[in-house]
Design a binder for this molecule. Structure first.
Ligand code: CAA
Length: 291
């Protein structure tokens, strides 16, 4: 089997990024969302991000045009189901992800491979609710997808070798590196990264440092490209909280307790960059700390 068409469910920042790199690698891409407005926004974002890459000579104008031609959007599960590999990249809610695979079930062919870009939900559990746990795998991209080199590949207990090899080949053709992770809560990157971010939020909550001093400390003191609170806003505070909850529930260790301040920001709807407010306020020219 060769993969020619990639279906992507969810046109948020991760779905956009996966569509972007897949189209640039020459795949036909069908980007699905239930919201047509969201799909229009996604197309504009992808075109804009490709323009950035043209401006910095990462790709040519011809590459950009060819990739945009490979990209189509749809709000029909039936149309999406013609893809060879379907990557679910919807919100980090297990119920939502399960429903998506339920909707796809009547339309997919027996060869279709299903994947999830989940950042923390067990692949084995998601797979067990589909009709094809053998052809189900975790393909976890990092944000921003066009820039980050790594993709985690996560096998569920039932994932067969053919599916694993196809997933690995797919990532190779995107020009990215893979790290294979066992299917335990939050896999490798988020198992390590999110407790660090959560600890930065505790550091703020306990008054050890301000937003600015915590970010400055980690940028200049540990050579991180972004401070941990800046990074939390970039990932999305709802996603950060749900990953901490998966770690806390899945490993039953109090060291993963989500910081109450993270919960408060989530409850306020201050989810970071995407809602223009989180640990920073992004509504003006330059981001201003919110505490
Ligand atoms: N599409 C295309 N290009 C993009 C882009 C996008 N979405 N975002 C940034 N870029 C490009 C810029 O155009 C720029 O290109 P040039 O160097 O060629 O000019 C380059 O990336 C660097 O961007 P900037 O100059 O704007 O800013 P920066 O130097 O501060 O880098 C960053 C931005 C790459 C995001 C960097 O700050 C960084 O690496 N941050 C950490 C990101 C990170 O840790 N990601 C992982 C999050 S965890 C995750 O994703 C897993 C999960 O499940 C939660």
């Amino acid at each position: 089997m060769t993969i020619k068409t990639i279906g992507i469910v969810g046109s948020g920042q991760m779905g956009n990024g996966i569509a972007h790199v897949s189209a640039l690698a020459g795949y036909n891409v069908k980007l699905f969302d239930i919201s047509k407005i969201q799909l229009d926004k996604a197309l504009a974002t992808i075109a804009g991000n490709m323009t950035r890459q043209v401006s910095s000579d990462k790709i040519s104008e011809q590459d950009r045009e060819a990739a945009l031609e490979k990209l189509s959007v749809t709000d029909s599960y039936e149309e999406l189901a013609t893809a060879d590999l379907i990557i679910e990249s919807a919100t980090e809610k297990e119920e939502v992800k399960r429903e998506i695979f339920e909707h796809l079930r009547p339309y997919i062919s027996e060869d279709t491979i299903l994947a999830s870009n989940t950042s923390s939900i067990p692949i084995t559990r998601l797979a067990s609710n589909t009709d094809r746990p053998e052809q189900f795998i975790g393909i976890h991209f990092m944000n921003p997808v066009p820039v980050m080199e790594l993709v985690e590949i996560v096998r569920g207990i039932a994932t067969d070798d053919k599916t694993f090899n196809l997933a690995q080949e797919f990532v190779d053709t995107l020009g990215k590196q893979t790290a294979v992770a066992e299917d335990f809560p939050a896999f490798i990157v988020n198992r390590i990264l999110l407790p660090m971010i959560n600890e930065a939020i505790y550091t703020l909550y306990e008054g050890v440092g301000t937003v600015e001093s915590i970010d400055k400390a980690m940028k200049l003191g540990a050579n991180h490209p972004m401070g941990p609170l800046q990074l939390a806003d970039f990932i999305g505070l709802d996603t950060c909280l749900s990953i901490m909850q998966v770690l806390h529930d899945g490993l039953a260790d109090p060291k993963y307790r989500p910081c109450p301040l993270l919960v408060k920001y989530k409850e306020a709807g201050w989810l970071g960059r995407k809602t223009k407010r989180g640990f920073y306020d992004y509504r003006g020219e330059t981001p201003v700390p919110t505490r």
